[in-house]
Ligand binder design. Structure first.
Ligand SMILES: [Zn+2]
Length: 281
């Protein structure tokens, strides 16, 4: 039997920085998926759904589009009524463009209390935010709840290596643009990346002035060196340290290698809602 794999993309906010660049990254992801026959799941913020209806509808022709909050806020920081409002607005954003959305992923993978309950009240069927990694410090402070009790199917993000890294492009970028291959687990169930990782500079650079960009570039180089130093010396690294390494073309090369390997293994690419359907009983 072939392996079933969900490839998931966090789009975040398309118009917050440079909308043209952001849309180009998404187009690039669509080309990559087309090349390898991937049917993926795109987690997009409600605000971006409204502002980019044409693009969202086009993505939905071949892939699943799911929700990623309305404004990409840290949901833990919201009061209970604000959380409900955020989830309601997110759900309504899809309704307004005539689409049904059944899946959710928390911005920054930070899961608020009672998320499952609020999601099921608003018609969502599944969540994909839990990642059992020590690199997600939140988990230590707020242990995961059983979403099933609250009527929601959880599609956890996979972890790998002895370090228990989340199986994401940022982890593979940290390991290096070719060196990562030997660390890829035998079975890949749920791999995720951000469309902005296809940009050499990341999302924060896109609307900066020339001087701002120079400062940002220096910071990225510093982050890269620090991330690498922390990694080779075995110090703990935080996701923030990982962000700078191997962005842009290197990131695209990593995706090519990974998808090529999965195709070779006769992987069947399924969307998250198909995964949730298969696990609903
Ligand atoms: Zn995000």
């Amino acid at each position: 039997m072939s392996n079933l794999t969900c490839i998931t993309v966090d789009v975040d906010q398309i118009n917050q920085f440079d909308p043209i660049k952001s849309r180009n990254h998404i187009e690039r992801v669509l080309e990559l998926f087309n090349e390898y026959g991937v049917r993926g799941t795109f987690f997009i913020c409600g605000e971006s759904v409204i502002e980019n209806q044409d693009l969202v509808k086009r993505i939905a022709q071949d892939h699943e589009v799911a929700a990623h909050g309305y404004f990409h806020r840290n949901l833990r920081r919201l009061k209970s009524h604000e959380l409900k409002q955020e989830i309601r607005m997110t759900h309504e954003a899809f309704q307004r463009i005539g689409m049904v959305c059944s899946g959710f992923r928390c911005p920054h993978l930070v899961i608020p209390a009672n998320l499952g309950q609020v999601l099921s009240e608003h018609g969502f069927l599944y969540d994909s935010s839990q990642v059992n990694s020590l690199f997600i410090a939140e988990k230590l402070v707020y242990p995961f709840t059983n979403m099933k009790v609250e009527g929601i199917i959880e599609i956890p993000i996979q972890t790998f290596t002895a370090l228990n890294l989340p199986l994401s492009l940022s982890s593979l970028r940290l390991l290096g643009p070719t060196r990562f291959v030997k660390y890829i687990p035998e079975t890949v169930n749920n791999f995720y990346f951000h469309s902005w990782e296809l940009d050499r500079m990341g999302p924060a650079s896109q609307d900066l002035s020339r001087r701002g960009n120079a400062v940002h570039q220096t910071k990225m180089k510093y982050d890269l060196l620090r991330g690498y130093w922390d990694f080779v010396t075995g110090r703990s690294t935080t996701p923030a340290d990982l962000t700078g390494r191997n962005m842009g073309e290197e990131a695209i090369k990593i995706i090519h290698i990974l998808l090529g390997k999965l195709v070779q293994q006769k992987t069947r690419f399924i969307t998250c809602s198909e995964w949730a359907d298969a696990h609903s009983t």
